[in-house]
Structure formats: C-alpha cells, structure tokens
Design a protein around this ligand. Structure first.
Ligand code: GLN
Ligand code: ZN
Length: 769
C-alpha cells in the first residue's frame, strides 16, 4: 500500500526571507558593516526556517538556496567563475560576489546599479526565461576547463541532514547550463560538453556519497526551441550520466515540451517533472511515452502566480491519474517558488476578501499537502480544507469586485477603429510641427528627474500619516516647479514634470485603478539582493478618475514650452504585475488599454500637446517559443494603439523603451505608430538604429545619447558624434536628442551637467545643417 502513496516535493523555495532578511544581511556585508559570519548565520537560519516551512513534503529541495543567484552558484560548483576574479585573495565568497557585482579588489562596495566598481567587471546579467528574475550569465571560451567544487552543496546537504530534512539536492543540468551561458570568443559552447560531463558525474557521485537518493536536475531549456544538435547533446549527456549511483529527476518548467517531449521521455533518467499548469495537455502523451517504472512528477500548483488553486477541479483531474500511476505519480508546484512571495500570513493590511483568494509560497505547499492527502486517503480526510477552498474559489468567481459589467461592455466595444489615428504620420507631422514650433534636433528627457531624499521622505511620511495631504501636495508642487525652472534654464525644448509623485511607474497607476491590490511584503527577488513587489491585478480594470491630469496641468501652467503628459503603457503595467489566471493576459491588457486611453484623452482635453506612454517592458512579455511571438505582439501592439491613438492628429504621441533589441520586432514597433519613440542606444554606439534604417521606420526617433546608468558626465563632442552616426541612419529631420532613460536614480549635479552638455550638443548639430 505505502508504495502507492503519492510523494510531494518542491523544486525550490524563495530564499530572500519573508521580511527580506537575506537582502539586508547581504547589503550590510557588502557595506562592510557586518561580518561574513553574520551573513552566513542569517543564511543558515533562513535555510532552516524554509525547510521547516516545507516539512510536510516527501522531498525537500536543498541547494536551491543562494546568496546571490543559482546560476552563478552552478558556475562556482563547476569551477567556472571568470578568470578575472581568480587570485584576488580574500574569502572565496568575495570572488563570487565580485562576479555578481563587479567589486573592487580592495573590497570597497561598488554603487549598486553601476556594477563596475573599479576592480573587476561584473558578469553580465540577463532574464531567467520569461520571468522577472535575472541571472549571472556563465562565461565560456574555447579553453574553458571545469573543476568540481561541491563544497556549497555538500555543506547545505549536511545542514539538511542535521535538520532531519528528506533532502533532494537541486542542480542546473549540463545542457541548460551551457545554453544559458555566453561564449566570449565565439567558440561553440556545445564543444565544452565532453569536458563538462565528467564534472557532473563527479558531482552526482559526491552527492550520492552524502546520502542523496534523488537529485533534481533542472533542464528548463527543454521548453524552448532546440535544434537537432542540442537535442542530440541531450541524448549524449544523459547517456553519460546514467550509471551514477543516484536517481535523477529531470525537471522542466515554464512551458510546453512540444517537439522535445519524446526526447525527454527517452532519456535514461528515473523520473521527470513537467509543468502541468502550462503543459497540462501534454501529460497523457508524456505518461504514455515514458518507461513503465519511471516517476512522473506533475507541477499542479502555479509557481508563477499568487492565486489559490481550485483543489476540487485539480483532484477530479488527478484521481484517474493516481489510479493509473499509483506511486509513480509525484506532485509539486509547477516550478521553483522563487517567483512568488513567501508568506501570505504577513499581510495583515490586505483586504480580507481579496486575501481569501490568494496563496503565496507557504500556502501553496499547504495546498499541495491537501491534494496529496485527498489522493492518498480519500477526500474525506481533508473535507474541511476542501470546503474552505471551494468557498474561496467560488467567492472569487462571483465577486462584484472582480467582475464589472461596465468594463465588460467597453471590451465588447473594441474595434480596430479605436487603435487607429485619423491620418498617417506623414500628414500628422506637419500639423504637430505647426503647433509645437520645435527646432531641428529637439531636446527632451524621458520623464523622471532625481528622486531626492526630500521627495522620498515626504512620500513616506505622507503614507505613514505623519504629514497631511496639503503639505505633501505642496512639497510635490514645489519639486515640480523647481524641476520646470531648471529645464527652462537648461534650454530644453519639450519639458516634463519630473515624476516626483511616483514611487514606481507601475505601482503609481495601479494604486489609482480599480481592480488592483497591493501587498506589504509581497517581495519577489529580481536579482541579487534586489526585489520587486508586483501589484496584484485581481479584477476588471476601471479608472474612477483622472490619475495625472492635475500634476501635468500644474506643470504646464508654469511654462510656455510644451509639457509632456507622462503615462505608463498597458503592456508594461501588465508585464510587471501579478495577473489574473481566470482570463487571458490579452483581456487584462485590453482593459488596461481602455483605462489608459481615457487618461490620454483627459490629458488632451486639459491641453496637453505631447503625451508620452512608456512601454519599457513590451519586449519582456515575449513568449519563450518563437511560434507564439506573433500572437503576443498582435494584442500587445493593439493594446498600445488603443491606449494612444484616440487623440487628434495635432497631438504628438511619444513612447519610450529601455535597452532592447528591435531587430526581430521592428514591424510591431512601427505598427504602434507613435509619433516619436525614444530608445536606449548609447551603449550600442547607435548600431541599434540599423534596423530602423533597414526597415525604413517612418516616424521620429530619439536615440538616447548618454547612459543614465553611469555617473559619468557625457561630453558635448561624444554626443555630437553619436548623433552624427544616428543621422547616417535616420533622416535628421526625424531625430530627437535625449538621454537613454529616466533620471530618477541620478543626483541633480550630474543631471545638470549632463543635460547642459546635451543641449549644447543639439545646438552644435543645428549649426551644422
Ligand atoms: N518615464 C519613466 C522615467 O523616466 C520611464 C522609465 C523607464 O523607462 N523604465 O522614469
Ligand atoms: Zn527606459
């Protein structure tokens, strides 16, 4: 009987801590205000606490805990930290942090966003699949050699044993490790596989010697497009690892296996994990394709979202599978819980009704336990839990706070007309020019100006109720007034109000829209010690009243120059939120688009001649599979168009996108039909503009002329030469001069000097024509 029981496990747990303890411990260590022992003590406490919270599982992940990043951990385990950090002395952990943060050899902490702190260049950072987590990219070259350093894993395994945890070590598999890295010399990464495999064998042996029965090997690249060489490499690699004295659970997540399904099913491993949230329709095919005795682990609880699971519905689906697979069936969340907040119990200020619909990491594991009990012992064993769950699911399904008939009607009313400007750009441009009367190479900024200590203090005091609304509003108005004055003195052409009233470009709008809720501790790791707290989009989106009009009108009243209305676009708001799972992302996006559209029209009515709608995260939403890009881009671009294009032809629409590859999405960018797009290009030496040239992108472009991430003051000559390069690609009549991105992380002194030079550069360019 007992071998028929379903085993539960998890693929990974958040490590930052429910009060972000790890963040604060790391930053104190980096600042030099605490010791390595302090840091290790906090890390150890967190591991033990998190294992405790996972106690009910049959197997608990070990080694998923990281002081910075799990991919960087894997590089350390494989002896593949870049050469440039070797031999600098100090604790090995300092080498590790040097790669992560680019730390000076002396141990002086580098400014966080700079990552170039003098001594050593930081490793490159990039997005982990389609999440908002960023990992440190492994570096490869033809002569890369690997050497096992299992010390971190072995130490954590020993700790786990001491804590009486049923440990399952977690590692990143050899193919995903190679695929996620970057060849620095253009050599073929797959060429390194034969050197990598012996080290993996050694590692598995070492884990087996320390008592591990199962090892979870993550190969998420199996849900991406793989060519034949990579598929073949999978066969070679797992054939080489088959004879090790541990059982391998090969884990995939974040999407469907598609054509890689049979590849996975044929690999000689003892079990596989499949993301059954994203790939539910593949479950039966996979089971059929798998050998009789293999373990099938199903990820049945969404590890990427914050909603309660419908347990009854899940049981109805799982009961027949249990009957068929018996003890071969394992259950888990769909992926590591790294991507959700830790503990809903911390949220005592959250509205009770909304709270009853949610589950964070700790609560998700409780759901898993209920599912396993119901399957192992019958539903009666957990009758109460199932009943509570049913009520919560029912309440969310029928709540008036989720379903707003007016919004539904408005959605029905969407037609292509809504996203279309009245005239094409060529006819709009002269109309706008007549009103705006801008010089050639007009200058502007991206929106935010320095968020000074005073601004932050006023905001936090207002939130805590320490200062009244009037005092707060006056402080912000004064900030806006001085920001406008400064821009006039600098001689900029199109001004901004500076965004002092915004804590964050998504939260600011979420707070004013119906359908959004906010947590106090819903932090999710973004990279290293950095966390984000995505707002919860829970219901139909409506805009009770104008969100920005008063601020913009006030700013406009202070100047004769055009003042840009400043908004965040629907796609970016969506991509940086936890979204609903009861309707497609596209529907939520259209709802956001309609709300932003109303704001755009209100701004126009209030006299705004220029309105900017930021879509910083448009590219981030691209699906993992190329074949699905088209569908995403269709509704994302349409959402932007609905938000932006209801204005008169005389009104100039701007959009802004951060550093972003446009090569493969240029058609969609053009289809947005913004009159002006400002982009981040300075680090690419204007090469990013090539594609706009090749595509004959028809509208105006502001290629960022200096990198706002660096404290360096750009010279006039440098910016002039960058703009000349831009003018080789784009007709100069259609070029704007602006920084790369918003200025909120910079200080006023730098901003003044940089913009002074920028305006001077524009003057020189005008004199050249
Ligand atoms: N308008 C925003 C700002 O200037 C844009 C930020 C962004 O692109 N990430 O801060
Ligand atoms: Zn930007």
């Amino acid at each position: 009987m007992s071998q028929d029981r379903i085993l539960t496990h998890s693929l990974g747990y958040p490590r930052i801590g429910k009060k972000r303890e790890l963040k604060f411990a790391l930053e104190a260590y980096w600042r030099g205000s605490s010791s390595l022992e302090d840091l290790q003590a906090t890390a150890g406490e967190l591991r033990r606490r998190h294992w405790g919270e996972q106690e009910s599982l049959g197997l608990v992940p070990v080694g998923d805990f990281s002081l910075y990043d799990q991919v960087l951990d894997m590089s350390a385990t494989l002896g593949n930290l870049p050469q440039r950090v070797q031999g600098l002395g100090g604790d090995p952990l300092d080498n590790y942090f040097r790669v992560a943060r680019g730390r000076a050899a002396q141990g002086a902490g580098a400014p966080e966003e700079c990552g170039c702190g003098g001594g050593v260049a930081a490793g490159e950072m990039t997005k982990w699949f389609d999440t908002n987590y960023h990992y440190i990219v492994p570096e490869f070259a033809e002569n890369t050699r690997f050497e096992l350093d299992a010390s971190r894993l072995i130490a954590q395994l020993a700790e786990a044993t001491e804590a009486r945890v049923s440990a399952k070590p977690v590692i990143i598999g050899p193919l995903s490790y190679l695929a996620l890295g970057k060849s620095k010399d253009g050599s073929d990464k797959l060429g390194l596989l034969s050197r990598l495999l012996p080290v993996y064998s050694e590692l598995l042996d070492a884990l087996a010697r320390r008592g591990a029965e199962w090892v979870q090997v993550d190969e998420p690249i199996l849900v991406t497009d793989l060519d034949e060489r990579w598929q073949e490499a999978f066969r070679v690699a797992y054939a080489a690892l088959r004879a090790r004295p541990v059982k391998l659970l090969l884990a995939t997540y974040f999407g469907r296996l598609k054509e890689n399904l049979s590849l996975l099913a044929d690999l000689p491993v003892e079990g596989v994990h499949l993301d059954a949230i994203n790939g539910r329709e593949e479950v039966n095919t996979l089971i059929e394709a798998m050998p009789e005795e293999s373990v099938v682990s199903l990820g049945v609880i969404n590890g990427r979202n914050v909603w309660k699971t419908d347990l009854q519905a899940t049981l109805e689906w799982l009961e027949p599978l249990k009957a068929r697979l018996a003890g071969r069936l394992w259950l888990a969340p769909s992926c590591s819980l790294l991507h959700v907040p830790v503990d809903l119990d911390s949220e005592d200020r959250l509205d009770a009704e909304i709270r009853s619909w949610l589950a964070f990491a700790k609560q998700k594991l409780k759901e898993l336990r209920v599912l396993a009990l119901a399957l192992n012992e019958g539903r009666d064993a957990v009758r109460e839990e199932l009943e509570d769950n049913r009520k919560a699911i029912e309440s969310r399904r029928s709540s008036e706070r989720v379903h707003n008939p007016k919004v539904q009607d408005a959605l029905q009313g969407i037609s292509p007309e809504l996203g279309r400007r009245k005239r094409p750009f060529m006819e709009r441009a002269p109309r706008q020019a007549k009103i705006l009367k801008l010089p050639e190479f007009p200058t502007t900024t991206i929106g935010s100006f320095p968020q000074t200590k005073e601004i932050r203090r006023a905001r936090s005091q207002f939130k805590k109720g320490k200062i009244g609304r009037d005092v707060y509003l006056n402080t912000m108005r004064e900030e806006i007034a001085s920001c406008v004055r400064q821009q006039e003195e600098l001689g900029l052409d199109v001004l901004v109000h500076g965004e002092p009233e915004r804590n964050d470009m998504v939260e600011y709008f979420g707070e004013q829209l119906d359908g959004y809720a906010f947590t106090d501790f819903g932090w999710v790791q973004s990279y290293g010690s950095r966390c984000v707290k995505p707002p919860l989009l829970f219901g139909d989106i409506a805009r009770p009243k104008a969100m920005t009009v008063e601020w913009i009108s006030y700013a406009q009243s202070l100047t004769e120059k055009p003042m840009k209305g400043m908004l965040t676009g629907p796609v970016t708001i969506l991509n940086w939120s936890f979204v609903r799972d009861d309707q497609p992302r596209s529907v939520s996006c259209y709802q956001l688009a309609l709300a932003i559209r109303e704001e755009v029209l209100d701004l126009e009515r209030a006299g705004a001649q220029v309105i900017q709608i930021d879509e910083a995260a448009l590219r981030e939403g691209l699906p993992l599979r190329r074949s699905q890009w088209g569908e995403y881009l269709d509704w994302a671009v349409e959402s932007f168009r609905i938000a932006a294009n209801g204005v008169r032809d005389e009104t100039q629409i701007h959009t802004h996108m951060c550093y972003s590859e446009f090569n493969d999405i240029i058609e969609s960018i053009a289809a947005m039909d913004a009159d002006v797009i400002t982009i981040e290009t300075s680090r690419s030496d204007m090469e990013l503009l090539d594609v706009f040239d090749r595509f004959r992108y028809p509208n105006e472009i502001g290629p960022g002329v200096y990198d706002i991430h660096s404290p360096n003051i750009p010279t006039v000559e440098h910016m002039v030469s960058l703009m000349r390069k831009a003018a080789e690609r784009i007709p100069k009549e259609r070029l704007w001069v602006n920084p790369d991105c918003g200025l909120k992380t910079r200080g006023w002194r730098e901003v003044d000097l940089a913009l002074e030079n920028m305006v001077e550069a524009a003057k020189q360019l005008r004199a050249e024509v």
